[in-house]
Design a protein around this ligand. Structure first.
Ligand code: SF4
Length: 320
């Protein structure tokens, strides 16, 4: 396994309660997951569910409050010197905001050459390697793009540059945080096809963070659903989409548009009551119980166990 998270938690300070005790935002609670070579794990959930914080911890951009991240079997906390550098290059991130991710004062050539120089590519070969990367991400002829600044590119072209920059580090894993959410539908499809092609050619693993279930279904082999900082269901994409076992997953899927109008009419829409509770004071027992359509008394009292639902699916639910 290239990248693993084991029982991660992340808390951010959030002022004080009326009794004077320190309050914490519980952004991530007991998250464990694995990203394998050449594979795609999608992390889905509403905004504020803890997906991005989990991704940032896995990329080494945030330290967990507890738990552990392992890269190629070794805990990040134990990596130093060359082993830490190997991790920093081996795990790259692609962000949603393609504009903010690129230095507006640098040309595409300079942006890519900085990334190549950090990896130790010789100065004399950086320009040629940058051109090859542009060809790899479909920006041809490269000579046209090397001299451009980010503001002279479209959103889709900028996201291709972000992908090219991450490839400059020759990564094993790319953590893509809503990489296509800000793009038009047609450009979105092109970037997804590009990412899938690069995975086939380079064997790179993806942690694909998204709130868009239709996109997730088209790219991921496995999917993990997050709610209030926890993974509430995980399993093979087909199994989770065809037979969700957690009521939250079922509600999320019931709100996803279906292209077939006949199927759309037949489908039962599950409307969740209320808002997502505050991560500063999550409800006791199962944190989903105030909104769960099938909650029972035990759900208000006891945290649910992780249940093996078969077909490789697991869920945090007393009744999965
Ligand atoms: Fe609903 Fe209870 Fe399952 Fe939580 S444990 S998802 S409240 S049924």
């Amino acid at each position: 396994m290239i990248l693993e998270a084991r029982d991660l938690t992340k808390r951010f300070p959030w002022g004080r309660t009326f009794t004077g005790a320190r309050a914490w935002v519980r952004a991530v609670e007991g998250v464990s997951l694995e990203v394998a070579e050449g594979d795609t794990l999608a992390l889905v959930g509403e905004s504020g569910s803890g997906k991005t914080t989990t991704g940032r911890i896995l990329a080494g951009l945030e330290a967990p409050t507890s738990g552990e991240v392992r890269y190629r079997g070794r805990a990040l906390s134990a990596l130093t010197g060359g082993a830490w550098r190997e991790f920093r290059y081996g795990v790259q991130m692609v962000f949603q905001d393609s504009q903010a991710s690129l230095n507006p004062r640098k040309t595409v050539a300079q942006i890519l050459e900085v990334a190549l120089s950090a990896r130790g590519v010789a100065a004399g070969t950086r320009r040629d390697t940058a051109a090859q990367l542009l060809v790899e991400v479909g920006l041809e002829p490269p000579a046209v793009f090397l001299g451009r600044f980010p503001h002279q590119l479209s959103g889709g072209q900028r996201q291709r540059i972000n992908v090219a920059r991450s490839l400059a580090a020759d990564p094993s894993v790319i953590i893509a945080d809503e990489p296509v959410s800000a793009l038009d539908l047609s450009v979105r499809a092109q970037i997804l096809v590009l990412m899938q092609r690069l995975q086939r050619q380079r064997g790179v693993g993806y942690l694909f963070i998204s709130h868009d279930l239709a996109v997730v279904r088209s790219v991921a082999r496995r999917v993990a659903v997050m709610y209030l900082g926890r993974i509430v269901e995980e399993g093979p994409t087909e199994a989770v989409f065809d037979r969700p076992v957690h009521p939250y997953t079922e509600a999320l899927l019931s709100a996803t548009p279906v292209p077939n109008p006949r199927l759309a009419r037949m489908r039962k829409r599950i409307i969740l009551q209320g808002d997502v509770p505050s991560p500063v004071a999550p409800p006791p027992g199962c944190p989903f119980h105030p909104r769960c359509p099938i909650a029972q008394e035990i759900c208000r009292r006891e945290p649910p166990p992780l249940v093996d639902a078969g077909r490789g699916q697991t869920a945090l639910c007393h009744f999965a």
